[in-house]
Design a protein around this ligand. Sequence first.
Ligand code: N01
Length: 498
Amino acid sequence: MTTNDVQVAIIGAGFSGLGAAIKLKQNGFDDFVLLDRGQNFGGTWRDNTYPGAACDVPSQLYSYSFELNPNWTRSYGHQPEIHRYINDVADKHGIGAKTRWSSEVTRAQWDEDQSRWLIDVTRDGKNEQIRAQFVVGGVGPLCEPNLPDIDGIDSFGGKIVHSARWDNDYDFTGKRVAVIGTGASAIQLVPQLATIAARLDVYQRTAPWIVPRTERAYHPVENWAFKHVPGVQKLMRATVYGLNEITAFGLTYSPKALKPVELVCRTNISKAIKDPELKAKVTPTFAIGCKRILRSNDWYPALARTNVDLVTDGISKITGSGVVSSDGTEREVDVIVVATGFHVTDSPVFDAIVGADGRSLADVWAEIGMQGYKGTFIHGFPNLALMIGPSTGLGHTSMVYMIESQLNYLVSFLKQVREQGISRVDVKADAQTEYNEGIQHNLRNSVWVNGGCASWYKDNKGNITTLWPGFTFNFRRITKEFDIAAYDVERRKAAVPA
Ligand code: N01
């Protein structure tokens, strides 16, 4: 088995990993490698190719600030366009040459004697090891599909496809389809399938709140202005950012402030659905914002179609030929689409990362919950920076903003490493604990805690460990400079004069 030495190994070539690679290169940290199990850049935007896949964050916010995209064709980007943007940025910065594709990281273990991370990689079926001083984890929280544990699912004789592992060669035309789930992915793919499927049964466990999607095509004059008139796109971006931050106030501090949004959603339902029974089924029973607020204009019209059935009885089992709901009805189908989300707080990736005391992230977090410091460093896991780590998720604006805040922190950290000859850092346990107490304190009045819903924002103990509570500019502020006082630091020993 070959072993390669690098200063920094970046895992994952999505927005986080690519951003890290660009920032490292720009700041003179050239000794790095980017590892990804896929074949091109994009991460979740490469993997989610289901029909209708699009972003529910305005396109003006869905780019790096240092690579604005004047060519967005719409006010909300669709998957092919976002995927293309990410790959164009990677090309422009020459990151492909630093990237190893088809490289699946199976384990990363901190070796105290060598003061290095030992990273096991399977590449095209062969095993390799990479020895790195620092690891940047850019695998993202939405990378491991969650397959529902439903009785009999393995016995289904037809096709099963997860929304994040779409089979674009399969023709849904004229098929009898069941879709399990009514989250962000399902509400985008169901309206598309509804127009071609013979029959579509949508299995809803919890009705989501849905606001209208104010999507429009950009006029060529707007694209021209984005490209040629200095400041226009930046001003538009700043305006959209500011408007979105208002929602953060309601979500975190005053859920009552979201009532007008709820009214908009109720009107949305009333306009599209006349049948009182269906209307009752699609009206959520928890406070708006507790689960991600979704955006769609075609979800309710799709449910109102004659070939679509919204099933709310719950699934009791899956047979060889169909889905049985809790009232005993079996609906036969050719294909089951599972739009059931991702392993967020229980990702298998956490088992593969093993820290200084031989315990994995999964072991540690099983004990204390998914905790970190500034979403990036984890006590006991020296020299590891996680992108979109604990308490960095958002319900109201672009994750790219959070990623760029973490990139600032990462670069500031690496600059101090370079300037001060730092060989090992580990965030102090008490700094991490205090930080997380602050997060939980800020969450206490939030809709995520008090809104009366179950969501993937919570871990299995019911704690919210995925979300950043409050305004994102506060996260930008606390990640501006690497605050070395919060860390235990070891420096390289000075060379002994001969
Ligand atoms: O997954 P989800 P998603 N039996 O976890 C249901 C991002 N995203 O892929 O609500 C029956 O939200 C589950 O029911 P319930 C975005 O951050 C972004 O849709 O738990 N049903 C729910 O309805 C989003 O939040 C974009 O009761 C089961 C659904 O499956 C995240 O990805 C687009 C079940 C899962 O919803 C995940 O979205 C798409 C079971 N056993 C996604 N298990 C953008 O536009 C689960 N469900 C940026």
